[in-house]
Design a protein around this ligand. Structure first.
Ligand code: SF4
Length: 224
C-alpha cells in the first residue's frame, strides 16, 4: 500500500481530540477538495509502497500509543486497508478510520470518522465534474453509519454550509450528538474567526464543535 507518512501525535479533531495516536496516512484519493490540507495525498500524491507488515512494524516504534488513526487521502481505497485494520485490531489497538464516506470496505474499526464533503469543497477545473459526482454517496454513508460507531465531521467555511449539513444529517437520521463542526482553514487567525460563529451554530443545533488542535499546537506542517 502507498503510504505518505506514519507519525505519532495527538488527535487534533473530533470526539477523540487530544488522544495520543499513531497516524498512518495513505496516499491517493478519489476526491479533489479545493481546500485539501494534504495535497500530497490527493492532488499530487506522494509516498512509498509498504507492505502491511512494514506499516505494523513502524507503528510499533511508538509503544505508548493505544490508538491508531488510518487516514489519508482516502484510506478506504487503499489496497490492504482491510487487512491492516484487522491486524491493528488484533493487537488490541483502538482503530479510527478517517474517510470522506464515499467508498465501502469491510474494515475493522472502533470509530468511523466520516467527513462528508460539502459543496464548499468543489474545485474549479478538470476535476470539478468528477468531484461533484462523487463527493456525496448517501447509500455508502448509510451503510457506514449502520455498521460502525461513528462521528460525522463537517468542514465549515461559510454560514450557508449549515443548510447542506442539516439536510444530510436529517436524511441519515443521525442524532445531533454525532455531528461535529470544524472550521475550514490552516491559519490560526482564520480558524479563530470562523470558530466563533461556528460555535454559535453548534449551540443552536446541539452539534459538537471541534478545534483543529494540531494546527493550534504545531501550525500547518506535515507529520504532526
Ligand atoms: S477527501 Fe480529504 S484527502 Fe481527499 S481531496 Fe478531500 S480533503 Fe483531500
Amino acid at each position: 500500500m502507498r503510504i505518505a507518512e506514519i507519525f505519532y501525535s495527538v488527535q487534533g479533531e473530533g470526539c477523540l481530540v487530544g488522544v495520543p495516536s499513531v497516524f498512518v496516512r495513505t496516499s491517493g484519493c478519489n476526491l479533489r477538495c479545493s481546500w485539501c490540507d494534504t495535497p500530497y495525498t490527493s492532488w499530487n500524491p506522494e509516498g512509498e509502497e509498504l507492505s502491511v507488515d512494514v506499516v505494523l512494524e513502524r507503528a510499533a516504534t511508538f509503544p505508548a500509543a493505544r490508538h491508531i488513526v488510518l487516514t489519508g487521502g482516502e484510506p478506504m481505497i487503499a489496497s490492504g486497508i482491510v487487512q491492516l485494520s484487522q491486524r491493528f485490531r488484533e493487537r488490541g489497538t483502538h482503530v479510527t478510520i478517517e474517510t470522506a464516506g464515499t467508498v465501502w470496505a469491510e474494515v475493522a474499526c472502533d470509530l468511523m470518522s466520516i467527513s462528508p464533503k460539502l459543496s464548499n469543497s468543489t474545485p474549479e477545473g478538470v476535476f470539478r465534474a468528477q468531484h461533484e459526482k462523487l463527493r456525496l454517496q448517501p447509500s455508502v454513508l448509510r451503510t457506514l453509519t449502520g455498521a460502525y460507531e461513528y462521528q460525522l465531521k463537517f468542514v465549515v467555511a461559510r454560514a450557508e454550509d449549515v443548510a447542506e449539513i442539516c439536510a444530510l444529517v436529517t436524511e441519515l437520521g443521525a442524532p445531533p450528538g454525532k455531528v461535529i463542526l470544524m472550521p475550514e482553514g490552516v491559519e490560526a487567525d482564520v480558524l479563530r474567526e470562523r470558530g466563533v460563529w461556528i460555535a454559535d451554530i453548534c449551540k443552536e443545533h446541539g452539534f459538537r464543535f471541534s478545534p483543529r488542535l494540531h494546527v493550534d499546537l504545531y501550525g500547518n506542517r506535515r507529520g504532526v
